[in-house]
Design a protein around this ligand. Structure first.
Ligand code: ZN
Length: 278
């Protein structure tokens, strides 16, 4: 069953870019978008010693603020729990609204290109590098900020879109694509630390730049024509960090922006809100 109040609040947050607060009976003052692909921020009750999200321990800041997020395929319920100093547990059951993803069904099997020997040779090291970047913890504080769009333009592919080929689901689109000319500046959507800045294009992602925003939240920017920062750099929200391109597997110049939290794939549209008019 969908909690319509929370669902409506989430839709409003998506439309206006403002977090929706949940009314009453909310021990964590959680505010955010309670739908698949959404995030929420909250604060633990004073005296809390541990935070659990779906039975997994989650870090929180010294001021007891924290972030949780709901994967693209998150089930309809989730639980946030705090353990207090005296051992009592405060629990908040959440209802996560499902999304109507853009799914297209094709009768025929996809014509997957046969991976080249070069791709097969290079890909494992690229995947290892991405995994190592995601595993890095930094002191970045951007997770607290309202996110801004890294670039504005026509959205060409939504997050979560998927094709099903003769009943075989293909991978869903893990970020949002914004069609823009090569060279358009890309700006940090929130404060962060550069955890990956490819020196040479990756086979699929092209020139790949990844930022850690802290608390397990990271951004990835794909297909860049240029990267203007180096690994380890601390960047500020709005700072130019690179430029749009069509490197890697891209049919034309665009920015692919992906957001991830502890393995959960997040919809940038729900985090940055409606795109401002240019
Ligand atoms: Zn994309």
């Amino acid at each position: 069953m969908i909690d319509r109040r929370r669902f409506a609040a989430g839709v409003l947050a998506a439309a206006f870019g403002a977090p929706a607060a949940r009314a009453g009976g909310d021990p964590f003052a959680l505010a955010g978008t309670f739908e698949q692909g959404g995030i929420a921020r909250g604060q633990l009750p004073s005296g809390a010693t541990a935070l659990r999200f779906n039975d997994t321990a989650i870090p929180f800041a010294a001021d007891r603020r924290f972030l949780i997020a709901f994967d693209r395929d998150a089930p309809p319920t989730a639980t946030v729990e705090a353990v207090l100093g005296d051992g009592r547990i405060v629990r908040d059951p959440l209802v996560i609204a499902p999304r109507a993803w853009n799914i297209s069904r094709l009768d025929r099997l996809a014509k997957y290109p046969v991976p080249s020997a070069e791709f097969e040779a290079r890909r494992p090291a690229e995947l290892a590098r991405i995994a190592a970047a995601r595993a890095r913890q930094t002191a970045a504080d951007g997770w607290r900020q309202p996110f801004a769009w890294p670039a504005t333009g026509r959205i060409s592919t939504l997050f979560g879109s998927q094709r099903i080929y003769a009943g075989e689901p293909g991978a869903y689109h893990s970020g949002i694509d914004i069609a823009l000319p090569t060279g358009t500046p890309v700006r940090a959507p929130a404060d962060g630390v550069v955890i990956l800045a490819a020196e040479a294009p990756f086979t699929l992602e092209g020139n790949l730049l990844m930022l850690d925003h802290g608390m397990g939240l990271s951004s990835a920017f794909l297909h860049l024509s240029r990267i203007d920062v180096r690994e380890g750099d601390a960047v500020r929200q709005g700072q130019a960090i690179g430029a749009v391109g069509a490197t890697g597997r891209a049919t034309g110049p665009h920015l692919h922006w992906g957001l991830m939290w502890r393995g959960a794939r997040i919809d940038p549209l729900l985090v940055a809100g409606a795109m401002p008019a240019r």
